[in-house]
Design a protein around this ligand. Sequence first.
Ligand code: ACM
Ligand code: ZN
Length: 609
Amino acid sequence: MHLDVSRHLFPVAFIRKYIDELALYKFNTFHWHLTDDQGWRIEIKKYPELQRKAAYRTETLIGHKKELPHRFDGKRYGGYYTQAEVRDIVRYATQRHITVIPEIEMPGHAMAALSAYPELGCLKPNGQPGGPYQAATFWGVFDDVFCAGNESTFAFLEGVLDEVMALFPSTYIHVGGDECPKTRWKTCAKCQARIRNEHLKDEDELQSYFIRRIEQHVNKKGRQVIGWDEILEGGLSPGATVMSWRGIEGGIEAIRQKHNAIMTPESHVYFDYYQSLYPEEPLAAAGYTPLSKVYAYEPVPANIGPEEAIYLKGVQGTAWSEYLDSPAKAEYMIFPRAIAVAEIAWSQRQHRNYPDFLRRLRLQDALLKRLNVTYAKRFDELTDSVSISPTGSLQLALSTTLPGATIRYTTDGADPIESSAVYTHPIEINQTKTLKAIAYLRNQPQGRLFQKTLTISKSTGKPVTFTTEPTGSYRPASPLVAVNGIAGTSRYNTGEWIGFQGKDADILIDLQSVQSITSLGTHVLNYHWQRMWSPDTLSVAVSDDGKTFREVYLQTKFPINGINPVNATFPPTQARYVRIRATNKGVIPPGEYGAGGKAWLMLDEFQIN
Ligand code: ACM
Ligand code: ZN
């Protein structure tokens, strides 16, 4: 298990408690993320400005970073662990058979360090020193990084690592390597001189040069480096272990190169994601990762054989703390999902059984209560799935894992009560309706109220063709997701959003008979922090024969940061086929999250009337 203490700091007493919790569930490694843009959290005696300056930020973002404009609390925030405290924690962990792996971030996520030692930043295009720098007050990826052309950067980081290695006896030292924009390096005379003198091809190779040099220093002390999967770009340093977070591909690539890998895919084991779909859930960073999804994750990739699997060193649950602003919130986000990680890490896949895991998890309740662990009991919440019958009608199925529970529901908008209908089989929905449901146990309502609106239109349940294929995990289980009555939400990874990475969307709906239509509704998602960009254009064209199409609507502006409703209206038109085309933003522009990569184009439900 990992814990980020830069975005929010946790008292030593909580770090000890966390180690106790990890030991209880047989974790053997604690990945301690000690430095980042928002604060430097480990005392380094050689560099006192880290304690005086880099450990503090002037204020902190309020709410989610996607809410613009950003609002701030105006309160200075910070602190750090003294070397005596670090030694105490390492000793405490060792006694509990846990190795603490420290992470010192480089070359990116360095704003706090640069605020203390601005001479370690790049030169400006005019040759002047960069800066001034400040520890970041909001969450994201920042262009200001350690200068890779500057010898003092390496002297500094080696000095830091020498003290770190004296404190932590772990074989592995994590050196970060993730999310390092190359913007400053491209215009810094020192970085460009380094590229020339070292005969490097580009800035990606410069990052590899950086990590390789640091690795040599770490190796001299008999230690090994771990880096996030970006260290693959521009070439892996000889002995590096790759921590795969942007999916599992980086881990697979490392294994293929006979390097060690650790799996911590954001999609399955990042615990800053929501674990509940309910609107009352406290603020979290990103999409939806319920306990069941964590448990279903198999760390050994399907295409990796036993002789290669020896390079897979383990699986990690990762806890970024942007929205984990107290020990209780950290525990709430981490438990019980970490317990599922322990089980998938230590058991063979044929022995795993989710209902049995839940049975055993319930037995932990008394223990977790006694140990004062604030864990989330959201895993029994009602969930639904919507399917489309062969005749095109919507069927909504409800389920809960709560033993002995009865589900009661209404479709007239009223909150369900003890005498409401008992759910026995999927409910057919033929008109726009809000379904409300709640679990009952011995006549007592349990947990939160489930609510879902299904919107019925002329396109509901009608055949859909994706002329361009959606991409990866945003390819829906069936094209009918585009006409299943359910809009996408801010929990963008639940299967309702249909995503096209780096390519256009071209979708055809067959209304199965010529009808009079006058509107099409959908949404586009604009979440730049998730590389999701609204299209450049969205058009609607109609046809009565499926061959000749006539454009009836064109939109070129999608102004909302977040979910943009599209309400395409046109004069009443006779049509059987409706074609929706949207053009992808293409390459993510410089200065933006994921710059240079392929943008995602995200669409949800289509409602034709
Ligand atoms: C990461 O989540 N940036 C490793
Ligand atoms: Zn530079």
